[in-house]
Write a protein that binds this ligand. Structure first.
Ligand SMILES: Nc1nc2c(c(=O)[nH]1)N[C@H]1C(S)=C(S)[C@@H](COP(=O)(O)OP(=O)(O)OC[C@H]3O[C@@H](n4cnc5c(=O)[nH]c(N)nc54)[C@H](O)[C@@H]3O)O[C@H]1N2
Ligand SMILES: Nc1nc2c(c(=O)[nH]1)N[C@H]1C(S)=C(S)[C@@H](COP(=O)(O)OP(=O)(O)OC[C@H]3O[C@@H](n4cnc5c(=O)[nH]c(N)nc54)[C@H](O)[C@@H]3O)O[C@H]1N2
Ligand code: SF4
Ligand SMILES: [Mo]
Length: 756
């Protein structure tokens, strides 16, 4: 039986898969970890195995849907053209919105051609899952280092001290930290004498594996980090180390953190002053240390401030850009911090425009998805009447889900590129089914930018696609044709050539590119006969930091990486451990790291109020969680993952359960400002008292979806509770953790004859 080697596209870990295929090449027989993968060395999780069931899932869409009925591709594009064209005919480009979901960052075609569609559409109504996720981190990184793609990651394999805030990589497999087998890598830290400390309101699997767990009150991480800075300063422990000559505005930063002594923040964070002081000393004393924060630190009110302070502590302890500290990956293709002029750039501006209805700030080219419903509901110039979703399920993943659900039902034109008819796409007038992962090629353009080693791995399509069905990038280019008025049957090859020529043009114009001053036509000829994502990827690899350049045109690059080189290396190419990249990685206008960016200093002003207001009371705070056998909202339909105990439960501490009259296994009603849901209670002392936890991504019992397995155990949609008005101020990112809720038992109807 032939075995093929591919990269798993389901999460950020980028594991190598060894896939046994039937003799005729049409079916997957078995999926294992690829023991020879240069990065994952055989590791995989249950989701990787489930790619077989995803491929074979009878509910997965194989044909376009037009108004809910199966249709041909030509019919579907014709209807998309009629509907979207109708909205655009009014001359208002902002009237068509786009929402890009999480898997679009895991799809080579969607990554490279999603932006083509956005550019062609020319609408400011652009939304994505990033404003319910990592934009606070990317905004802070942009302000400090000059590009939102320049996010330091923990040098996991060499660090002697890892401080984790608001992440549970044992369940999530790591995020903004691409590292297959996080568990093995965490265990290795301790095995070599290092320490792991986890800050989380819940004693997660990651916390259980760690040396210490600090059960912080949700939403107060910025205070903890400010206090770490204060102690480092007060005790003379600041060492800027390798970064010293590139760091600006240290004094402003130290002035900001000065009032936040451990004693001052103890009551608000719920952590002992002594523990905070000890943590600061341990960080300073460690041979190397890395502070790492993830979704629990970004999707909260102080998300941007917290994300910034994470790297401030990395800088103050001398750990930025040093082995074992927080380092900058050097991706082999397509990163804004490997191209152009090294060491300087335009920097990052936030809020270059604002949203029409609520005046919320633009962030990295987008608007906050928390205001999408406003933009649909509110009449006037710029009102959103058409929507294209690509690989997203915002009805389940964004705040005040019930309101957005109703708003979607009112749209004049909704077109979804997706593989399921789910809570969101059931509203679409046209659904265009992308090929499933194993029928597409794959390269992690986005995720290698956050990888703890510099690696690269390319996967050609494994299984044949229905000859009538376009690839995902072709779907996006046909939509590009539609929104540019070329009609439903635009010449995809011509648009693609135009896209490639544009990219070649930029390389040819760049003095630091190996393609500099080459004849663009000659470059395109070298890249031929590749088309689509492969042509663009080959160009990006050749022009990357290890790229082969164009030896064919006597213009070699610094290395030998090209798409052909990756095709010859089915287990991937390893360019080694992370390396020091200061100052060339910076893209700030002055070539320095801004330790105290004005917008963040301003946002941190509100920390003084937080010190006073955050206290234990009778109210409960709801936070989220993830489970290894799920993936946001969309993998609950696969039997291999769905089995096992009920997962959509409310975790409650025993003291709270007693106080609130909640019983293990019985239902609780959870209410917030915007909505209420019911969930079964799971009483566990892994919760910090005063905090309850429920996973997002559930609520599969809506009419019109086609998710038969998921509907058997639908769970409830926690984003019915999250508040579209409660946002991180700099980026408009939704607050999804620390939601004030009321939790009451659901009383069963009393049996007849008994008084209630
Ligand atoms: N309360 C709460 N809400 C949250 C979070 C939280 O922690 N708490 N987390 C947030 C985070 S971090 C994220 S990233 C978002 C995710 O939010 P979304 O991206 O909106 O939602 P997903 O559940 O990832 O939905 C993915 C969609 O893509 C489709 N799909 C899967 N593979 C493909 C493909 O290859 N091509 C195409 N075209 N479609 C595909 C699926 O069918 C599904 O409809 O949720 C956010 N929402
Ligand atoms: N199995 C699986 N893997 C996934 C996903 C999935 O849905 N399932 N989703 C993927 C996506 S899109 C993403 S973005 C990543 C996310 O990756 P992670 O950030 O690792 O995700 P979580 O497991 O939700 O961990 C967040 C932790 O933050 C804690 N927390 C909540 N509020 C606070 C707070 O105020 N302060 C602190 N310090 N902690 C807090 C929660 O208790 C939780 O343990 O995971 C990715 N991987
Ligand atoms: S950890 Fe992520 S990349 Fe690895 S097999 Fe699981 S889902 Fe796939
Ligand atoms: Mo995410």
């Amino acid at each position: 039986m032939p075995t093929a080697y591919r990269t798993c596209p389901l999460c950020e870990a980028t594991c190598g898969l060894a896939i046994d295929v039937s003799e005729d090449g049409s079916r997957v027989e078995r999926i294992r970890g690829d023991a020879d993968d240069v990065f994952s060395h055989g590791f995989l999780c249950p989701k990787g195995v489930s790619l077989k069931e995803l491929q074979e899932d009878p509910d997965r869409l194989r044909h376009p849907l037009v108004h809910g009925e199966e249709a041909t591709w030509d019919e579907a594009f014709a209807e998309a053209d009629r509907l979207l064209g109708g909205v655009l005919a009014g001359g208002d480009r902002d009237a068509v919105a786009v929402y890009l979901g999480n898997p679009s960052a895991h799809s080579l075609g969607a990554m490279l051609y999603g932006r083509v569609l956005l550019k062609a559409l020319g609408s400011r109504s652009l939304f994505s899952a990033s404003t319910v996720d990592q934009y606070p981190k990317q905004a802070a990184a942009g302000l400090m280092f000059g590009s939102g793609a320049t996010v330091p990651v923990p040098d996991l394999d060499r660090t002697s001290f890892l401080l984790v805030l608001g992440a549970n990589p044992m369940a999530s497999n790591g995020s903004l930290m691409t590292a297959p087998d996080v568990r093995g890598r965490l265990r290795a830290i301790r095995a070599r004498g290092g320490r792991v400390v986890v800050v989380d309101p819940r004693r997660t699997r990651t916390a259980q594996e760690a040396d210490a767990w600090l059960p912080i009150r949700p939403g107060t991480d910025a205070l903890l980090l400010a206090a770490l800075g204060q102690v480092l300063h007060e005790e003379g422990l600041i060492r800027l180390g390798a970064a010293e000559q590139w760091v600006a505005r240290v004094d402003e930063l130290l002035e900001l953190v000065a009032p936040f002594t451990p004693e001052a923040v103890a009551a608000a964070t719920g952590l002992e002053a002594g523990a905070i002081r000890g943590l600061a000393r341990d960080l300073a004393a460690a041979d190397s240390a890395a502070v790492y924060g993830r979704i629990g630190t970004t999707t909260q009110r102080f998300g941007a401030v917290t994300s910034w302070l994470v790297d401030v502590v990395n800088v103050l302890t001398g750990n930025l850009d040093r082995p074992g500290g927080a380092m900058f990956p050097r991706p082999l293709a397509g990163s804004p911090n490997t191209g152009g002029r090294p060491g300087r750039g335009r920097g990052t501006q936030l809020g270059r425009w604002s949203s029409r209805v609520r005046g919320l700030p633009e962030v990295l080219g987008e608007l906050p998805v928390a205001t999408l419903a406003d933009e649909i509901e509110t009449p006037g110039q710029g009102q959103v009447r058409g929507l294209i979703t690509v690989a997203g399920n915002p009805v389940v993943s964004t705040p005040n889900a019930a309101r957005l659900d109703a708003a979607f039902a009112s749209l004049d034109a909704m077109v979804s590129v997706d593989i399921y008819r789910n809570e969101t796409t059931r509203h679409a007038h046209v659904v265009l089914p992308a090929p499933p992962p194993l029928e597409k090629s794959h390269y992690d353009v986005a995720l290698y930018g956050f990888a703890v080693r510099d690696v690269a791995n390319y996967s050609p399509p494994l299984l044949p696609r229905d000859p009538a069905a376009p690839d995902e990038w072709e779907i996006l280019l046909r939509l590009t044709g539609i929104v540019t008025g070329q009609g439903p049957a635009a010449d995809v090859a011509a648009i693609d050539r135009f896209v490639a020529a544009g990219m070649v043009g930029r390389e040819v114009a760049s003095p630091t590119s190996p393609a500099h001053e080459l004849d663009p036509e000659a470059v395109l000829e070298v890249l031929a006969p590749r088309v689509g994502p492969e042509r663009l990827l080959d160009l990006m690899l050749r022009c990357g930091p290890e790229g082969a350049g164009f030896p064919e045109l006597c213009a070699p690059g610094p290395g030998d990486v090209s798409l052909a080189a990756l095709e010859a290396a089915p287990h991937g190419i390893d360019a080694g451990p992370l390396r020091a990249r200061l100052p060339e990685v910076l893209r700030t206008p002055d070539g320095l790291i801004d330790l105290a960016p004005e917008p963040l200093i301003a946002a941190a002003g509100a920390l003084h109020e937080l010190v006073e207001s955050a206290r234990d009371g009778d109210g409960m705070l709801l936070i989220g969680r993830r489970h290894l056998r799920s993936n946001n909202s969309w993998m609950h339909n696969l039997p291999v993952l769905a089995r096992g105990p009920e997962r959509c439960t409310l975790l409650v501490h025993p003291d709270d359960a007693n106080r609130l009259g909640l019983v293990d296994g019985a239902a609780a009603c959870i209410r917030s400002r915007v909505g209420e849901i019911e969930l079964p209670v799971e009483v566990t002392d892994e919760m910090r008292p005063g905090v309850v936890s429920a996973p997002h991504g559930w609520g599969h019992d809506v009419a019109g979806a086609q998710l038969r397995v998921a509907a058997e155990r639908p769970g409830a949609n926690t984003n019915v509770l999250t508040d579209e008005l409660d946002l991180e101020p700099l980026t408009g990112t939704a607050v999804l953790n620390g939601i004030p809720v009321e939790v009451v038992p659901v009383r069963e109807a009393a049996p007849a004859g008994h008084a209630a």
